[in-house]
Design a protein around this ligand. Structure first.
Ligand SMILES: [Zn+2]
Length: 244
């Protein structure tokens, strides 16, 4: 019986030993999973930060180009009718529009574009809307197309402008912001006077009405944008020289 007992103890001892070994291997595996998990988490985080940084520079116009004019970002919820999230690969022009809805604000028009997702009947939007007080609302990142300028949606940035009455003439505040924003975009994408377009230039639609009916005002606007662009470029050169 004694021999039997010691045999059982030996079996028990071997069993315990192998259990200890197994639990040690199990712990090492858990530890390795944790280390790999943490590495993926940290490296992924750094990579995500990098992606976000490079994304921000293309989505948002740099503030130094806008000379302190604030752009309020109110991006539309992605949807088929106003923000299809199709990539805008190369910007070859800026298209100027008017809302054709007298007295409405920039935020009213942003809400209208947002509501198109639910209505599901009309396709329309704009990258920017300039309000009656000259405030600028951005609805779509510059890396995506908007539904504003028909055949030229694929390679242009669109700017909608609010206006107080049926004539479609902009307030001086709206006009000044339009000049500043268009000039900043011309610097950003290296565009010239011929790249500043009206909706009328593309489809013959009477948009923006006041500029269609007052060709001199349209010419003066484009000239003013080019002067502002030259000023911005010389300012940027001065700042860059200061840093060199
Ligand atoms: Zn238009």
């Amino acid at each position: 019986m004694k021999i039997m007992g010691s045999k059982l103890t030996e079996k028990e001892w071997i069993r315990r030993k192998s259990m200890k070994k197994a639990s040690r291997i199990f712990l090492i595996i858990i530890l390795m999973i944790c280390i790999i998990g943490l590495s993926v988490f940290f490296i992924g985080g750094i990579f995500k930060d990098y992606l976000n940084k490079s994304k921000n520079t293309t989505e948002v116009l740099s503030s130094r180009l806008l000379n302190g004019i604030e752009v309020k970002q109110m991006y539309l919820t992605p949807n088929d009718y106003s923000r299809p999230q199709m990539p805008l690969k190369k910007v070859k022009g800026i298209v100027v529009h008017y809302t054709a809805n007298p007295g409405t604000s920039a935020e009213n028009n942003q809400s209208y574009f947002e509501s198109l997702a639910e209505k599901g009947t009309t396709y329309a939007s704009s990258h920017y809307i300039i309000g009656l007080e000259g405030e600028i609302v951005q609805c779509i990142p510059m890396t995506e197309i908007s539904y504003a300028s028909n055949d030229r949606n694929k390679d242009t940035i669109s700017i909608e402008n609010c206006h107080p009455d049926e004539t479609g003439e902009f307030t001086s505040e709206t006009y000044n912001s339009l000049v500043a924003l268009t000039a900043a975009l011309c610097v950003e994408y290296d565009l010239g006077e011929e790249d500043i377009l009206s909706h009328y230039d593309i489809t013959g639609k009477l948009c923006p009405l006041y500029f269609v009916e007052h060709e001199d005002a349209w010419k003066a606007f484009r000239r003013e944008v080019m002067i502002k662009k030259a000023l911005l470029n010389s300012k940027i050169d001065m700042i860059d020289n200061d840093f060199n």
